[in-house]
Design a binder for this molecule. Structure first.
Ligand SMILES: O=C(O)C1=C[C@@H](OP(=O)(O)O)[C@@H](O)[C@H](O)C1
Ligand SMILES: C=C(OP(=O)(O)O)C(=O)O
Length: 450
């Protein structure tokens, strides 16, 4: 798992145009949830297109530890025999979620209302991230938790013996927190209500309804009000995981900044709670089109076509769009460097508690590559240098963060001098085929050093 092995230094450099088709892997958020809900259903859930990245594999292993039968039946094809809501067994050993915030936080929610105890840990990145945002609401159900100072992993969660339902307003825009509360609510008798001021990705709501839970969503003055009736029997499902828009972002953004490029990224899920990056790129003047728009499994899907876009202009990204592109700000900040004028990213303090402090990681790496960046607790401004004005020629620290590593490798494909990252190993958490996929388009990305 990343962070446990040797670092993999990597370098990218300018070569010819990027062309061809980029088949990105399955959606990470939906992959985690497919395994979790499959494990809490009664009977066999079959999943195709599962992302076989380290984050999701850690969740699969965790579901086995809680008593579900989880089996790989082919490439991206998985079968889960669930134990039913409230049927989790107590794991015999520590649950290692690797690098995955989504994994650990959602699993804590799933077990919080069962009378079992589990201890969680992860890699150095995950051990530095705040868990109080989940342990606070699960305490309202009756769960207890004991972690390190600051609510850090390793942490032991003692599930509630007699859970009570909860009404909870999420204090930050976070689909992980919302989902943890809803998943805990599954095994509490009565109605659990979650209120979020701003809409965040809604895969948990869609999937809970798909598995047969009684769930309603209403827009009110307070925001989105989600009401779940506890203790349902979840019926097993057949799930085709759509391809990940957050992974598609990398070949798309690379094509926009590398001269002469024309890349098709087929079958991308364009759920509006995830598609903010593509809206922003189009506002900047990117030649990015949606082809063959359709619906699949209740989600909007399209083929994305991205072509070299030498006339992109900086924009101010509206704060209310942040949740729908939260994982895409690192690669947007790279594209912004190749645009003309300033790109302002505001209302983005959540970026400071991801796999790394992503504002700091991007600002330092961009500056090392010759780009001017302004930053504050809650914002980042990138001063664009035009399509051929970015110097590059630096090594950026990836900080155990896959999105930081991939963003700087995209930057090196169009900068005047190559860009390196000290460690590309974390890329395998979400996008294990990143290198062959990008090479297949014509990108020059190499492993460097010993
Ligand atoms: O629910 C999810 O699947 C995710 C929610 C987001 O995190 P937050 O809930 O912390 O914003 C996102 O950054 C993460 O990659 C996946
Ligand atoms: C923030 C991310 O993931 P997680 O929180 O699951 O570690 C991400 O994939 O960008």
């Amino acid at each position: 798992m990343s962070g446990h092995g040797n670092p993999i230094p990597m370098t990218s450099r300018k070569a010819g145009p990027l062309t061809g088709e980029a088949h990105v892997p399955g959606d990470k958020s939906i992959s985690h949830r497919s395994l979790l809900l499959g494990a809490m259903a009664v009977g066999e859930t079959r999943i195709t297109g599962l992302l076989e990245g380290e984050d999701v594999l850690a969740t699969a292993a965790a579901m086995r530890a809680f008593g579900a039968e989880v089996e790989r039946t082919g490439e991206g094809a998985w079968s889960v025999h669930g134990v039913g809501v409230g049927g989790f067994a107590e794991p015999e050993d520590v649950i290692d979620c690797g690098n995955a915030g989504t994994g650990v936080r959602l699993i804590m929610g799933c077990m919080a209302t069962s009378p079992i105890t589990a201890t969680f840990t992860g890699d150095a990145s995950l051990r530095s991230r705040p868990m109080g945002r989940v342990t606070d609401p699960i305490a309202l159900f009756g769960a207890q938790s004991h972690g390190r100072t600051g609510g850090r992993l390793p942490m032991t969660v003692v599930g509630a013996k007699a859970p009570v339902p909860v009404r909870y307003r999420t204090p930050m825009a976070s689909a992980q927190v919302k989902s943890a509360v809803l998943l805990a609510g599954l095994n509490a008798p009565g109605e659990t209500v979650v209120i979020e001021a701003e809409a965040t990705r809604d895969h948990t709501e869609r999937m809970l309804a798909g598995f047969g839970a009684e769930l309603t969503v209403e827009d009110s003055d307070e925001g989105r009000v989600i009401t779940l009736v506890g203790q349902p029997e979840l019926g097993p499902q057949t799930i085709a995981v759509p391809r990940d828009p957050s992974s598609a972002a990398f070949p798309v953004c690379a094509a926009l900044i590398v001269p002469g490029s024309d890349v098709l990224v087929p079958n991308i899920g364009l759920n509006p709670t995830r598609a903010g990056l593509f809206t922003t790129l189009r506002e900047m003047g990117a030649d990015l089109t949606y082809e063959n728009e359709r619906e699949e499994g209740g989600e909007p899907v399209a083929d994305l076509r991205a072509r070299f876009s030498p006339d992109m202009r900086g924009v101010r990204v509206p704060e209310e769009r942040a949740a729908s592109m939260i994982d895409e700000y690192p690669v947007l900040s790279v594209v912004a460097a190749f645009a003309t004028g300033k790109t302002e990213m505001v209302g983005v303090k959540e970026l400071r508690v991801k796999e790394s402090d992503r504002i700091d990681a991007m600002a330092r790496g961009l500056e090392a590559g010759g780009v001017t960046v302004e930053e504050g607790e809650d914002f980042m401004v990138v001063h664009g240098m035009g399509p051929d004005g970015v110097p590059g020629g630096a090594t950026a620290a990836a900080r155990l963060d896959h999105r930081i590593a991939m963003s700087f490798l995209v930057m090196g494909l169009a900068a005047q001098a190559p860009m390196s990252v000290d460690d590309g190993a974390p890329i395998a958490t979400s996008f294990p085929i990143f290198e062959p996929l990008m090479s297949g388009l014509g990108a020059e990305i190499t492993r460097t050093g010993a």
